[in-house]
Design a binder for this molecule. Structure first.
Ligand code: SDX
Length: 427
């Protein structure tokens, strides 16, 4: 018999199996807890709860380690491509050249969307937040692809996965174009996945769009850094939605809605807005004091993480990429200097040291995205575009897991106990 965890509750002592992964914390298998003790566990926010078994992404928060199928994020960001990382997440191994070419070609052929879907944009106000638009149009995909919504069919799962990964750039670019009153551009299959997205976003019908290699590389690297991240809030949303048998288009739309929150994917937009509000480095101490004040809801956006109690390895790559993009575009931005100074002061402040609050992936990303030309309202859309491959890979892993069942948590009930109805005349 493997390791056991003993629970003594009231008069009963119960043993539960301890399960070991390939690396990382062991887990106590409490699936029989309620049946054996009549009690639930209680873990709002799931700070100590493993929701599933997964082989996709491993995070060591104490050491600041992030692996995708075993490969460190720093190596993937420096040496791989978003298409290759997408193949790795979906299939478990790095592709050979032929496999990568075939995968990229398949994704390329799915980048167009049904022409009627593009009509949906015209129903939105021009000033609608692009994430509101994305929630709508991604969910609407399931109204157009009935031929790939049978989740029991592996072929359907495969084509809907490819469709989601392929169409997100087209939909995201259209959301931006619609917000600025410019016409949509159709995909150009001669371009890379990321080059195609940049052209659809910043190109215009009136002239050729010139891709800047350094910008294309930086954008592709940003997509890699956002591809997947274990069982974060939006991924857990996709898994929970998928556990009911909902189609993957609807599940990803649910993930987009969750990612929009400022505590999650919305933090990149909030972080740049915060840095702009701070303005110059001399204002930083005031904002750091506000972040430490329990009576002030202000937090340093782009700082802190549920899992990382060390530097987010993605932030390390992101900071390096800021310098590369600035050098390539021959631009500077005082906001970057403010961000560097804020990081330096926060990391030397007792509050942040004691609470182990470090910059996360969202702290520097907005500076790069702004330099490339995106408005802050598009930042979380870009996060959703990249995270779609992670959501899709996690959804596929869940559907294929024989232990998978519909997610249905319980609760600690603190409301009124049973009481009889009182007719209104007697109240
Ligand atoms: C992402 O889960 C993922 O993997 C997410 C993500 C991914 O790739 O999917 O990595 C992407 O969402 C990154 C995080 C982006 N969010 C932000 O940058 C928003 C600012 N950060 C915080 O809201 C917060 O740090 C969270 C939400 C990220 C994490 O919150 P937790 O784990 O629930 O921790 P907590 O809120 O309980 O904070 C612990 C303590 C608290 O103080 P005490 O109550 O213990 O006294 O630290 C404080 C918090 O007040 N704190 C902060 C802070 N973050 C936490 N204080 C000031 N500024 C901050 N940013």
């Amino acid at each position: 018999m493997g390791d056991q965890a003993k629970l003594s509750a009231g008069e009963t002592v119960t043993n539960f199996p301890v399960l070991k992964g390939s690396v990382g914390p062991d887990v106590i298998d409490i699936r029989k807890l309620y049946g054996q003790t009549g009690m639930f566990t209680f873990d709002p926010g799931f700070t100590s709860t493993g929701s599933c078994e997964s082989a996709l992404t491993y995070i060591d928060g104490e050491e600041g380690i992030l692996l995708h199928r075993g490969y460190p994020i720093g190596q993937l960001a420096e040496q791989s491509s978003f298409m290759e990382v997408s193949y790795l997440l979906l299939n478990g191994e790095l592709p050979g050249k032929g496999e990568l070419d075939e995968f990229s070609s398949t994704i390329t052929r799915h980048t167009m969307v049904h022409e009627q879907l593009l009509q949906f944009y015209r129903g939105f106000r021009r000033d609608a937040h692009p994430m509101a638009v994305m929630c709508g149009v991604v969910g609407a995909l399931s109204a157009f692809y009935h031929d790939s919504t049978d989740i029991a069919d592996p072929e359907h799962r495969k084509i809907s996965s490819h469709r989601l990964i392929a169409k997100m750039p087209t939909l995201a670019a259209a959301a931006y174009k619609y917000s600025i009153g410019q016409p949509f551009l159709y995909p150009d299959n001669s371009l890379s996945y990321t080059g195609n997205f940049l052209r659809m976003t910043f190109g215009v019908p009136a002239e050729e769009y010139e891709l800047h290699p350094a910008v294309e590389q930086a954008m592709d690297r940003i997509f890699i850094l956002h591809a997947d991240h274990e069982q974060n809030a939006s991924t857990s949303t996709v898994r929970l939605a998928g556990s009911s048998g909902a189609n993957p288009f609807a599940c990803v739309a649910a993930g987009i809605a969750c990612l929009w929150g400022p505590a999650h994917g919305g933090a990149n937009e909030a972080a740049l807005n915060m840095l702009r509000e701070i303005g110059t480095p001399d204002k930083i101490p005031h904002f750091i004091e506000r972040a430490k004040d329990k009576n002030d809801p202000f937090r340093l956006m782009g700082f802190g993480h549920r899992v990382y109690k060390n530097y987010d390895p993605r932030a390390t790559v992101m900071q390096k990429t800021v310098r590369e993009v600035f050098d390539a575009l021959k631009v500077t931005n005082p906001v970057f200097e403010t961000a560097l100074r804020l990081e330096e002061l926060a990391l030397n402040d007792e509050y942040f040291i004691e609470k182990k609050l470090f910059p996360n992936v969202d702290f520097y990303s907005g500076i790069i995205l702004s330099a490339i030309g995106f408005p802050t309202t598009m930042f979380t859309v870009l996060f959703a575009l990249a995270r779609t491959v992670g959501w899709v890979a996690q959804w596929n892993e869940m559907i294929s897991d024989p232990a998978q069942k519909i997610g249905r948590p319980r609760q600690l009930y603190t409301g009124p106990v049973k009481r009889d109805y009182t007719p209104i005349g007697k109240r």
